[in-house]
Design a binder for this molecule. Structure first.
Ligand SMILES: Cc1ncc(COP(=O)(O)O)c(C=O)c1O
Length: 406
């Protein structure tokens, strides 16, 4: 183990603060480390493994496509990708798909499309409105739209204007739109790394109406919230808004890199050959896995099953929030995207995360004091029960320590 840790520190840039466990294998909703210890994975590689690990449907698609070919150029018709694009459009908005390899690249494609549209409609230097604390990726274009200073502050940012509005602040949004005539509003329906903050239905509906009135493109970053995570295929579908642009990634490739945008009718035909592209996307292998994920969600009923299990998880955690008011203040999010706001110092929250890890449960912490859960949609009631027993024990311990200190 120490060897892997040492080699990691020697040969890899430390762009992530790593847990000191090396993963050997994934099995269902569990990850197994090199010592054979199993961890219930309530993080899913940051909202990626919607079906857990080594799901039979994913393995079958992987083998089937793997035996045919792994890569072809974009100059050929790519059957798995065409099928996936058709599925995505059929279940969202009329339009067309551009595939990328990642979320940040989906944001880059969105930025280019929006600017192309701005140019076409005579608003060349118009800006993009995003939410305070938003996260849209780390490449240089995307980082301009990511309103978390530690992510963007050291880099030269592109020149286009960006305006920031607080989630829920409809007057602020109205003022930005009427003062600066931006060309697009881009929002995560539930802010992820920004603190697991769901946008209210009324905010989304009013913002959408404002955008329609002022000819502002309405774009949803569904990179984290998409692929069933919130109980709908995409989170905007909890409302009646109709986005002009939907950004997706993470869960769409079934564990392999894949992202992209679904562009509505205003934007669908703007890119011409040579305007945008990349060698690897859409990987036929990622797309084949994407088709397996779509089938599991929409045909095999996993979307509904995940929603049901998420309701059970929420109810159990809400009970815990009531039981430990000195430690926890709130549970936020939607479906299998949960943020538990603690009243603890960052070190105390890390201690809870470590306690859970030692007991065999992988959980995440965001914004230093929010415990974040991004479980697979395949999570079972028994696994939730086991998690709750352990979580309660760890909280009880934290409460005792806090009681002694006070
Ligand atoms: C909402 C959102 N947008 C964009 C991204 C960037 O995606 P990627 O890490 O695949 O570049 C993320 C990643 O966490 C995200 O959560």
């Amino acid at each position: 183990m120490t060897d892997w840790l040492q080699k990691d520190e020697t040969y890899l840039m430390s762009t992530y603060k790593r847990l000191t466990i090396a993963i050997e294998k994934g099995e269902g909703n569990y990850l197994l480390d090199t010592e054979g210890k199993a961890y219930l994975d309530l993080f899913t590689g940051l909202a990626v493994s919607v079906l857990g690990h080594s799901h039979p449907k994913i393995v079958e698609a992987l083998v089937e496509q793997g035996e045919k070919f792994l890569h072809i150029s974009n100059i050929f018709l790519n059957k798995p990708a065409i099928t996936l694009a058709e599925q995505l459009v059929t279940h969202t908005i009329p339009g067309k798909v551009f595939f990328s390899n990642s979320g940040a690249e989906a944001t880059e494609a969105a930025i280019k499309l929006v600017h192309k549209w701005a140019k076409m409609t005579g608003r060349e230097n118009a800006g993009i409105v995003v939410l305070k604390n938003s996260f849209h990726g780390r490449t240089l274009g995307a980082v301009k739209l990511t309103r978390q200073a530690h992510v963007y502050q050291d880099y030269p940012l592109p020149a286009f204007p960006v305006y920031e509005v607080a989630p829920g602040d409809i007057e602020g949004l109205q003022e930005i739109i009427t003062t600066y005539s931006p060309v697009c509003l881009l929002m995560e329906p539930v802010l992820g790394s920004g603190g697991v903050i769901p946008l209210s239905e009324s905010f989304l509906q009013t913002a959408f109406a404002l955008c329609k009135e002022h000819d502002v493109l309405f774009a949803m970053d569904e990179i984290q919230t998409g692929m069933g995570r919130t109980g709908k295929l995409f989170a905007y579908q909890h409302t009646t808004v109709e986005p002009d642009l939907i950004l997706f990634a993470k869960g769409v490739g079934g564990g392999l890199p894949l992202g992209g945008v679904i562009a509505g009718e205003k934007l669908a035909n703007l890119f011409k050959p040579g305007d945008h592209g990349t060698t690897f996307a859409p990987s036929p292998l990622s797309a084949a896995l994407g088709n397996a994920v779509m089938e599991a969600l929409l045909v095999d009923g996993l979307l509904e099953e995940g929603k049901k299990q998420a309701e059970y998880l929420w109810a159990r955690i809400a009970h815990l929030v009531d039981e430990y008011p000195q430690l926890l203040s709130d549970i936020r999010g939607k479906g299998m995207m949960l943020g538990i706001q603690t009243k603890l110092a960052p070190e105390e929250v890390s201690h809870i995360q470590q306690g859970m890890l030692e007991a065999g449960f992988l959980i995440d912490v965001t914004q230093k004091t929010i415990i974040r859960l991004l479980p697979p949609l395949t999570l079972t009631s028994e696994e939730i029960d086991r998690f709750m027993v352990c979580f309660r024990d760890v909280l009880e311990q934290a409460a005792r320590v806090k009681g002694e200190v006070m």
